[in-house]
Design a protein around this ligand. Sequence first.
Ligand SMILES: Cc1ncc(COP(=O)(O)O)c(C=O)c1O
Length: 353
Amino acid sequence: VDVRVGAPPAEVDLEHHGDVEAIPGLLDFATNVRLPRPPDWLRKRLAGALDDLGRYPSAERARAAVARRHARAPEEVLLSAGGAEAFTVLARGLRPALALCLHPSFTEPELALRRAGHRVERLVLEPPFELDPAAVRDDADLVVLGNPTNPTSVLHRRESIEQLVAPGRTIVVDEAFADCAKGEPESLAGCADLPGLVVVRSLTKTWGLSGLRVGYLLAAPGLVRELERAQPAWPVSTLSLVAIGACLEPAALAEADDWAGRLAPIRDELERSLGRIPGVDVVAGASASFLLLRTRRGAAVRERLRESGIAVRRGDTFPGLDADWTRVAVRDEARNGRLAAALAAALEGVGAD
Ligand SMILES: Cc1ncc(COP(=O)(O)O)c(C=O)c1O
């Protein structure tokens, strides 16, 4: 027995998340949640459901709402307590001989697979972090990637992902940030005919719902039935089910899509203004609500930013990145301006070496 299976490699803290860097009182560029709390209309819907908490949750309506949203059958939908639970359920329910996690990327899928005792290897993409399907080893019967990817903000073409399909292989695409791109042009969520495809979605980021735990996955009915067996009874709370129904109604989808349309020019402007600062390289072509950048003396730069009241996300807990990489969220123009000014000052402050 290889006792190392199940333990993450020591060199990277896969359990680190940006929320611990968003220290209260600092301007938060560290986390990627769009709203600090759910919008009023959603809070009202949640509050209105409190009287229902005396009954056990019934998932069927929410499941049907997800199916309608993605033009899938209800049998292809598994609701989960956030994308994070979906990864745990997949790790418990699948039996891969070799799981390949593409990096740099969100670390929970790899962690869940290791904890379930699976053999995990990494495919580390180099800048500009684009997927080359030919680089994916043939013997991987499970491939996990994010689209768009956290932390690189790169949106892979759906044709590239489709090329990963192979007999006996499961492909898990984490689309937690898919709705950052207006119209979701590269989403595979509606794709029922791609063998082995699993798409994981989350409501956390768009609707300020990190604390509620709400997400789902889309997969073939047989796999969904198997994965259900890896879940506890009533895995998704009544309030989460209400949130799913509400956030997938046409008005909410239109609100999210409008936001994605407004996000793009603000993000591109931030990309340009950060890129103009001497000593800052921004990963080009960002498609999500954050940017990945590289500077000299990254840890010292982040320390200076903290001193000037700004929290950003360290890059070095993502496999493949070192301490000089930093992820920043895209906020409104005024706050983005503060970030750019503070970053320029921090770089001057840490000197040239
Ligand atoms: C890329 C990505 N996927 C999934 C998740 C999980 O989100 P949740 O479990 O809140 O739905 C996160 C959270 O940080 C994320 O960054």
